[in-house]
Structure formats: structure tokens, C-alpha cells
Design a protein around this ligand. Structure first.
Ligand SMILES: O=C(O)C(=O)C[C@H](O)C(=O)CO
Ligand SMILES: [Zn+2]
Length: 281
């Protein structure tokens, strides 16, 4: 098993204006999230979110972080959310094991000492996309079943953005310290997400793009300030960090899905600053 956690620092909009394609990719793109038997994490200084992939095969996997975070155990001062986008798996939270179906997930409380991830079949491993944010209070852990998510249909075929936003962690249904998380699924023949675009200066946001209709699909993700945008081409199962000043939207060469997660000042999903189309440059 290989464990990695890379660091990405925070950015200013002025610096970002000058980034080349390679610098944009180095700073904001996480190319390898899931690899068999491994844990691949990123620590971003944007609101100190940690996110990445846990892909157990024959052995159980546990995220062990202490000295790196200046604590005794990973979730001593953090909360954790995850969604499984692979095969059937399980999670054992402080000794209690639960099965995790594809597209189900979990919110795990600050103070939890042990979180062990397993796959039911090493040939079809579970792929746990995990997101952890700083926490100050222990709220109850909770199973996040796909069927219990808040489904919000959005967009229409004419604008090529017909999709359903599934809110898994939302302040209207549960308590967390900072984390909000969900999963958006585009319908076949639709390609645009989060268009019209928005920013939310109160929160940063990370996107994991996945479930592309074919392996040669690419999503072009747009970010930067509305009047100075940049783009990154993404392959399936790659993630992108968006600072709070940045738009975060994309267009695919086919339909696709993505997991979004936010962290910051408030937990108000609708607190978005909508960008007029004529502002985009
Ligand atoms: O398709 C969308 O639109 C989204 O999923 C938008 C994200 O949920 C978002 O950006 C929340 O701030
Ligand atoms: Zn957003």
C-alpha cells in the first residue's frame, strides 16, 4: 500500500492571471486520485481541506495522520465525508462495520479514532472519495445513502446542462462544522455544469470529475475570476481545487458526473454570487 499526501498552497487572483497551462495544472489539478491498494490525498491551504481517494483491494486501508496535522489521530480536530464511486465496500468506524454500496457515503464525526476502508471484491474495488475539513465540535456520524440525498433537477436540454444535483451533506438535513458535499449527474446529451457560473467568496470548492460516458471524454474545467478565466483539461477521476474567488464550471465532450465539496465561512448552499454571461472573459 502506498500513502501520499501532497500540499497545495493558496493563491491570489493576481498571481493566477499569469499562470501558464503547466502552472495551472501543477497548482490546481490532482491527476491521480484512485490507484489500486493506495491512499492518495491532497492538503490544500484553501480552507485546509484534505481530499483524495482511498482504493482498498485485498487489504483494509486506514488514513493515519498525526504529526503532519500536529494531532494524535487524523480526526481529532477534523470531520470527514466520503462517497463511494467504485464497487461494493465497507467502512469500520471505531470498530463498527457497515456495508457501503456504490454511490453511498458517510459523514464521520470529529473525535472518531479509527476509520477502516475495505472492498468486498479486490477485482472490483470500492473507490472512496474522501474529503476532510477542520472541525471544532463533534456532530453525530451519519450514513449518506444516495436514496436519501436531496435531488435537485437543474438546467434543460436546450442549454445542454440538464443535470441533477444530489446534496448529501447539507445544513437543512444534518449538522456539520464546515463540510458540505454532493454529487451532480449530467444526463446523456448534456455537457455543461454550473453554467451560468457563480463564485462564493465565503467558501472554496473542490470538484472530482468521474463517470465519463467513454474513456476519451475530457472535461474542460474553467476557473479564475469571471473577467480572467483559465481552463484545465481533465481525464476521468481527476480533481480540481477552486479558490473562493474562482468560478468553477465545466463542459464535457460527453456527459459525466462530479462530486463537489465545500468548506469555509458559511454553510448556505444558495449563497452564490451569480456571474452574468456578459462578465465572462
Ligand atoms: O451542477 C452544478 O451546478 C453544481 O453541482 C454546482 C455545485 O453544487 C456548486 O458549485 C455549489 O456551490
Ligand atoms: Zn459553487
Amino acid at each position: 500500500m502506498a500513502f501520499s499526501m501532497v500540499t497545495r498552497y493558496a493563491h491570489s487572483p493576481e498571481d493566477m492571471k499569469h499562470y501558464s497551462t503547466d502552472e495551472m495544472r501543477d497548482q490546481f489539478l490532482m491527476e491521480k486520485i484512485f490507484s489500486a491498494g493506495d491512499i492518495n490525498l491532497t492538503y490544500t491551504y484553501n480552507d485546509r481541506m484534505i481530499f483524495g481517494g482511498v482504493t482498498p483491494t485485498t487489504e483494509p486501508l486506514e488514513i493515519k495522520l498525526d504529526k503532519q496535522l500536529g494531532v494524535e489521530f487524523f480526526l481529532q480536530r477534523r470531520e470527514l465525508g466520503f462517497i463511494n464511486i467504485g464497487g461494493l465496500g465497507s467502512v469500520t468506524i471505531d470498530g463498527k462495520k457497515e456495508s457501503i454500496e456504490p454511490h453511498d457515503g458517510y459523514y464521520i464525526s470529529m473525535g472518531t479514532k479509527s476509520v477502516v476502508f475495505e472492498s468486498a471484491d479486490a477485482e472490483k474495488p470500492a473507490k472512496f472519495y474522501v474529503v476532510s475539513t477542520p472541525a471544532h465540535k463533534a456532530y453525530p456520524s451519519k450514513k449518506l445513502a444516495y436514496k436519501d440525498s436531496i435531488a435537485m433537477p437543474m438546467g434543460d436540454q436546450e442549454h445542454m446542462n440538464k443535470r441533477t444535483i444530489h446534496k448529501y451533506i447539507d445544513a437543512s438535513i444534518m449538522d456539520t462544522c464546515q463540510l458540505q458535499m454532493g454529487y451532480t449527474v449530467l444526463e446523456p446529451g448534456n455537457s455543461w455544469n454550473t453554467m451560468p457560473a457563480h463564485t462564493h467568496a465565503r467558501r472554496m470548492e473542490a470538484y472530482l470529475y468521474t463517470e465519463f460516458a467513454d474513456p476519451d471524454t475530457r472535461v474542460v474545467h474553467f476557473m479564475g475570476t469571471p473577467d480572467n478565466t483559465k481552463h484545465i483539461f481533465l481525464e476521468p477521476d481527476q480533481a480540481v481545487v477552486n479558490p473562493s474567488f474562482s468560478i468553477h464550471c465545466g463542459v464535457g465532450t460527453t456527459n459525466y458526473s462530479f462530486i463537489w465539496a465545500m468548506c469555509g465561512e458559511n454553510q448556505t448552499y444558495d449563497d452564490m454570487d451569480q456571474v452574468d454571461m456578459h462578465e465572462l472573459r
